[in-house]
Design a protein around this ligand. Sequence first.
Ligand SMILES: *Cc1c(COP(=O)(O)O)cnc(C)c1O
Length: 397
Amino acid sequence: MTRAVLAIDGAAPTRAQMLPYGRHLIDDGDVAAVVGALKSGWLTTGPAVDEFEAAFAKAAGAGEAVAVANGTAALHAAAFGAGICPGDEVITTPLTFAATANCVRYQGGTVVFADVRRDTLNIDPAHVAALVTPRTKAIITVDYAGQPSDLDELSALAERHGLVLIEDASHALGATYRNRRVGSLARMTTFSLHPVKHVTTGEGGMVTTDDPELAARLRRFRSHGILSDFRQREQAGSWVYDMAVLGFNYRLTDLQAALGLSQLPKLDDWLARRRAIAARYTAAFATLEAVEPPTALPDRECAWHIYVIRLRADRLRADRARVFQALRAENIGVNVHYVPVPWHSYYAALGYRKGAWPIAEDAYERMITLPIFPGMTDADVADVIAAMTKVVEHYAR
Ligand SMILES: *Cc1c(COP(=O)(O)O)cnc(C)c1O
């Protein structure tokens, strides 16, 4: 085996410029769409938002889509829609972005973290079942890396105990589960339209549901809890409006919706590119003993928001931090998704203690996120594979 000198030890890096782990794509059509919206007369929530919601609902296979200001607002709206109140418990995964759990706290609820499956790193339905109490109100599952959760098992569990199933599909726009599209498989599904996600509106989010009455309540929530929106009032020629519930200003603007409308038709091509990159990585890493590639289950199609490998400590003379730094030195913009949510000092102060989620915590200690985004060239992909191979062979036991 060759032990090449690494960039971290002074050699030239694999590539001259840092490759980010994710990056959006904006073309001239996107620019024209936003300029068109600027000239349309509507700046905030108007006809472009209506049109974007309809297009998004179709793409997600859902009856309704409610556009909001960001993915965190989508989760907050879903927590509101589920009726989460102080005293309620909500079961979610520790291996997610903090916002997934935070939305429960916004509503005054208690977060209960269930451990994940070792293969997919999605929440384990058996662990969820063991944590259900009479106070449990909802389950928020996350489609980690873009691979749909065990939605049939979680739906059955929710049905049996009268719980609301919320799916945080921030990673999974365009994914399918047993030939059904993510977006209609839970009571509410939330999406993020942040630039690192599959399609972007700059900042933005969406909640999909098949229930029109629930969608109406979410639209009220995103606009101060006020019943009729400004346009309807204007048409009715009335100044009267009623704030029925405590809402927020979580509106998406028409500028953002115009960008989203222009981005959405590219989703299928972008998903195909992400899948091709993931397949190349997995094939290349099959021969690296120190690298465990992600598991993609055959009954669901992953949207590959992120590509996360786990290192095998027994095959390496270096720890994860060293391998991570060595890859950064090669100009590969690696990342880690995620620090377990209960480890954050805010949650630690609420009494959560390390060690309660051994599978998620072990995965966190060993994981590295590699770059994956539709604009990556074949040469970029080859650089990642070359750097990964060079680094793990250098540190091989
Ligand atoms: C991105 C993300 C969010 C938050 O989305 P924002 O649009 O940044 O607010 C929530 N949950 C998960 C799993 C995410 O990846």
